[in-house]
Design a protein around this ligand. Structure first.
Ligand code: SAH
Length: 221
């Protein structure tokens, strides 16, 4: 749970957050742990002040640099899929962006690593997560298509930008028994959100949903 008091977390937003959670339930999010965390996470702090009144709409919003904070339904869906068979101990997120997905994960999973290739976004999210007291989330500035080898293997990997094919490094850094949630495909609207499970000798793939993410880019910005 978020421990520290940050200016702007007020009761005014609690009612709108409750409404958002109600909507997520109606859309099929059933994991109480996910709903509880999304009810208490101040999404308005993760978007620009000018957009904070729209923070609890179930929609993606711009966060600058051509990037977006994911739609709450997608955050909930991906998180729900990630913890469905038990809470992973260590997760890697590729694409920190606003830090919102990382904040949700950090309230459910003991160790969260998240990488971002745009310096300004990385710096901003790191500051915000520290202010919120989410110290079990460690943020790195790097190209996440290479994963984060020094901390691998990961029990779970969540990718919040879409590559055309699943990066080989991420498959390798997934622990046996671990799972990856990743959107894959060219262009918007045609991406498939996949759940990939690593077994002893293969990777099993399950299609969860059709989604629209920003592309996974290579290199640092
Ligand atoms: N999880 C984020 C969603 C941000 S959008 C949130 O909750 O706000 C996806 C992010 O992935 C963008 O910030 C983009 O800069 C980042 N990204 C794209 N390609 C990347 C790469 N190769 N490595 C790390 N981050 C990447």
């Amino acid at each position: 749970m978020i421990q520290k008091r940050v200016a702007g977390i007020g009761m005014t937003s609690q009612r709108t957050r409750d409404r958002l959670v109600q909507r997520l339930k109606e859309e099929g999010i059933h994991d109480e742990r996910v709903l509880r965390v999304m009810r208490s996470t101040p999404r308005h702090l993760f978007v620009d002040e000018a957009l904070s009144s729209r923070a609890y709409e179930d929609t993606a919003l711009p966060i600058g640099h051509g990037q977006t904070i994911s739609q709450p339904y997608i955050v909930a869906l991906m998180t729900q899929a990630l913890i469905a068979d038990g809470i992973p101990r260590k997760v890697l997120e590729v694409g920190t962006g606003s830090g919102y997905q990382a904040a949700v994960l950090a309230q459910l999973i003991p160790r969260v690593y998240s990488v971002e290739r745009i310096r300004v976004l990385h710096d901003r999210s790191r500051t915000l997560l520290r202010e919120l007291g989410l110290n079990n989330a460690q943020l790195y500035y790097s190209d996440g298509s290479w994963g984060l080898r020094q901390f691998s293997p990961f029990d779970a990997i969540i990718v919040t930008a879409a590559p055309e094919v699943v990066p080989e490094a991420l498959l390798q850094q997934l622990a046996v028994g671990g799972k990856m949630i990743i959107p894959v495909g060219k262009g918007h609207d045609v991406q498939k959100l996949l759940k990939i499970t690593r077994t002893e000798n293969q990777y099993e793939q399950q299609w969860l949903e059709t989604v629209s993410f920003v592309p996974l880019c290579s290199g640092e910005d």
